[in-house]
Design a protein around this ligand. Structure first.
Ligand SMILES: *Cc1c(COP(=O)(O)O)cnc(C)c1O
Length: 486
């Protein structure tokens, strides 16, 4: 590394080139204020690292709460001006006013939506990625980062049973991953139709009635329509699919199937082998959305439920969910990355240089993005430091805690389990409660800092929902939450 050189050298006056003596080139004036922004400041660094250490050391991280717009507006008014402000003053505003109004999704008491539980190793390496400005665009610019990210992607691809030729990229989230995969599915089908001399077509994608909202949103963006498969109990099966296709006049427009490996609301794994079979018969693209549930494959007791995932053309799994990595990170893996490359490579003359060697692997070419943070490296570091057994145990622990909650719900007179969980989501009914009661329950738990829970709905009814993911969640915490339902 070169030594830090800001603030040195001849910056004043005019420099007269020795060779071109009649040319006087004005040298830009030295900008002390701009320069200060880039000089290492040990005091500010200590301030920040002390805070970071404190935050990393938290175990039973408080859930924190909701913000009051008026109050926050008051705190923030005029904070950014033309002149500087001490870092301590601004950090204090963050710590005292802002951090408290950001729910800690990494709290072991966070049971809503899909919680986060990044490992300490992953969080620490994420800071390295920031401190070193690590980008992961192309092999030319970032070979080391690309190697590390690909090693992590290979672990995920192996868990899914994808062939050696599979490859992919870490994108910002499951939504971005689903979108980029569907673009490849669409354009691959489009190229094939053009080659076969077939006319242009408004295309369709077969999805279940439980598919994630990001798929619907992505279909809107890529101008494709959904052919919706009705499920009886939330799980899309081969029989459901065939029933939806039978006699349906739109079948000729379908080019892909999306199956979900762990629905977000209920944690249901579709019949992936069945979906793969139908996709194969029709030569359709087979995409598996495992944003939340993909990590469940790490559990030996569950692995068989994902049979068929190895036949996918593309898979999404979010490391920032159940793979214990920090935001924002989703792994998008293709069976044949060259198809994605053909669709997503951005061609600009200044980019020619990164595409000169056909064998080079450029993450930027595999999704809709160009500049990208090497966001997969946090997972990579944590996988290497902790080893896969620790991940298997962590996933099994989430499942065990889910079973614990299920047993308590079963034993309760007031509560009814709505379905046996496949993964780590528990859906239940509190007898006699209305929508307002569930809402008040959530507010009460948050106010008391017992937990963060949100209600959901199941077949049109408002219900209670708990998601277990954090290895720091204890049975005492679960007892505490369930006691508030009696
Ligand atoms: C969370 C989730 C998504 C969206 O992922 P983001 O990372 O939030 O964009 C998509 N599909 C499923 C099944 C999910 O659980």
């Amino acid at each position: 590394m070169p030594t830090v050189c800001f603030g040195h050298g001849e910056r004043k006056g005019h420099h007269v080139s020795a060779e071109v003596t009649n040319l006087v080139v004005p040298v830009p004036a030295f900008p002390p204020r701009a320069n200060r922004m880039h000089v290492f400041d040990s005091e500010m660094t200590e301030l920040m690292t002390d805070y970071v250490k404190e935050r990393l050391a938290m175990a039973d991280t408080s859930v924190d709460g909701l913000g009051d717009r008026r109050q926050l507006e008051g705190v923030m008014a005029g904070l950014i001006g033309d002149g500087p402000r001490p870092a301590k003053e601004v950090l204090d505003i963050y710590v005292d006013h802002l951090a408290e109004t950001v729910l800690s999704s990494d709290s072991p008491r966070f049971f809503a939506f899909i919680p986060a539980a990044p490992t300490k190793a992953a969080l620490l390496f994420d800071m390295v990625v920031s401190a070193a400005s690590l980008q992961g665009c192309s092999w030319l610019e970032a070979a080391g980062a690309v190697m590390a990210e690909n090693q992590a992607l290979r672990v995920l691809a192996d868990v899914a049973g994808l062939p050696e030729s599979a490859g992919g990229v870490f994108v910002s989230g499951g939504s971005a991953g689903n979108l980029s995969a569907l673009v490849v599915a669409r354009d691959t089908a489009r190229y094939r139709r053009i080659e076969a001399g077939l006319p242009e077509l408004r295309m369709r994608v077969l999805v279940s009635d439980q598919v994630h909202s990001s798929i619907k949103s992505a279909l809107n963006i890529v101008s494709m329509d959904a052919l919706v498969v009705s499920t009886l109990d939330g799980r899309m099966t081969e029989a459901n699919i065939r029933a939806a296709l039978a006699g349906n006049p739109d079948v000729g427009e379908v080019v892909a199937i999306v199956a979900t490996a762990g629905t977000t609301n209920a944690g249901i794994i579709d019949d992936l082998a069945g979906a793969a079979q139908v996709a194969k018969e029709h030569d359709w693209w087979f995409h598996v959305d495992g944003a939340y549930g993909g990590a469940g494959m790490l559990s030996k007791q569950l692995r068989h439920r994902y049979d068929g995932i190895e036949l996918a053309d593309s898979i999404v799994m979010d490391p920032h969910k159940w793979w214990f990595a920090p935001f924002d990170s989703a792994a998008l893996i293709y069976r044949q990355p060259r198809l994605a490359k053909a669709v997503h490579t951005q061609n600009a003359s200044y980019l020619d240089v990164i595409h000169e060697d056909e064998d080079d692997f450029n993450p930027s070419d595999l999704a809709y993005h160009l500049t990208r943070r090497a966001r997969g490296m946090a997972l990579w570091f944590s996988l290497a430091v902790n080893g896969l057994d620790a991940y298997r145990d962590a996933v099994d622990y989430s499942l065990a805690m889910t079973k614990y909650a299920v047993e308590l719900i079963r034993a309760s007179e007031q509560l009814e389990l709505l379905r046996e969980p496949d993964l780590s989501v528990v859906l239940f009914r509190r007898l006699g409660w209305t929508h307002a009661d569930y809402e008040a329950w959530g507010h009460r738990l948050l106010r008391d800092q017992t937990a963060f829970v949100t209600h959901s709905s199941w077949r049109g009814e408002t219900i209670g929902r708990l998601v277990f993911l954090h290895p720091g969640t204890t049975t005492a915490m679960v007892d505490e939450v369930l006691a508030t339902l009696q």
